[in-house]
Ligand binder design. Structure first.
Ligand code: COA
Length: 265
């Protein structure tokens, strides 16, 4: 393990930057492009719980290990044989443990998108309060190409951030967009060279350090109240139902077999 990094579970590294008072959390499952399996979700959630009330920490930066991926989605191999009940539980428990925790966190969470942010990976970034991307990042919600839909708040949060017109196109086509395009449509606040990404985030963390922590907690709560996710439960129910379809089996098999799915039977 690199110097100063602490480890939680198998794949979460974190360190405290004493100058900016930020905690940097790194998802470290590089060989699987940092895909979110159950273990990563639990370990990440645990670190967040442990720091939420720590007054020496004023913000959180989440990034992915390596230069290829932030997070390439929920772990498809883990849910490939799920049926409706398990899928509904996966969505509900992921939201309760992690995604809604990030949205409602008492301190700002900054996503440093350092490569692919797909599916659950982009949904994690969408739950954060602030998003930055490196020039090589690619973002998308490809779930409809797998025979499912985003199940970690993506249908709600993407529409909230970039508007329903653009969210519809991104979700219904499943296409990835570049970081420049993401910046143009307001999905990320800044695009920087990969080697400057964490420094840029730490710069924001230093500005955050000069604010009142109680004000930030109240501001996050109030801004979130302006856009309540009224479709959150509906998204979970629809997500679960799709796991009973033949096209889900086809979509996931195609991904695992590294081929294009055939949904037109
Ligand atoms: N879940 C599980 N494993 C994943 C994954 C995911 N979401 N994303 C990538 N991986 C794994 C691949 O299966 C592969 O594992 P293997 O070496 O055991 O075969 C490894 O990570 C490397 O990925 P690979 O697809 O070979 O890299 P690539 O450079 O050809 O393609 C991506 C990169 C990101 C375009 C491609 O991995 C991809 O489309 N991933 C899935 C994205 C997705 O649909 N996410 C939403 C999930 S709900």
């Amino acid at each position: 393990m690199k110097k100063n990094w602490l480890k939680n579970g198998k794949s979460i590294l974190y360190r405290h930057d004493t100058e900016s008072l930020a905690v940097i959390i790194k998802i470290s499952r590089e060989e699987q492009l940092n895909a979110l399996n159950k273990e990563v979700i639990l370990s990440l959630s645990e670190v967040l719980t442990n720091i939420e009330d720590d007054k020496k920490i004023r913000s959180v930066i989440i990034t992915g290990e390596g230069s290829k991926a932030f997070i390439a989605g929920a772990d498809i191999k883990e849910f490939q044989n799920f049926k409706e009940k398990e899928a509904t539980d996966l969505s509900r428990s992921g939201k309760n443990r992690l995604f809604n925790k990030i949205s409602n966190f008492k301190k700002p969470v900054i996503s440093a998108i350092n490569g692919y942010a797909l599916g659950g990976g982009l949904e994690l970034a969408l739950s954060s309060q602030i998003r930055l991307a490196s020039t090589n990042a690619k973002m998308g919600l490809p779930e409809c190409t797998l025979g499912i839909i985003p199940g970690y708040g993506g249908t709600q949060n993407l529409a909230k951030i970039i508007g329903t017109g653009r969210a519809m196109e991104m979700i219904l086509t499943g296409k990835m967009i570049s970081s420049e395009e993401a910046h143009r449509i307001g999905l990320v606040n800044y695009v920087v060279e990969p080697e400057n990404l964490i420094d840029k985030c730490l710069g924001l963390a230093k500005s955050i350090k000069n604010t009142s922590p109680e004000s930030l907690e109240s501001a996050i709560k109030s801004i979130n109240a302006c856009f309540m996710n009224t479709g959150d439960n509906l998204e979970t129910t629809e997500f679960g139902k799709l796991f009973e379809t033949e096209n889900f089996t086809e979509g996931v098999s195609a991904f695992l077999e590294k081929r294009r799915p055939n949904f037109n039977k």
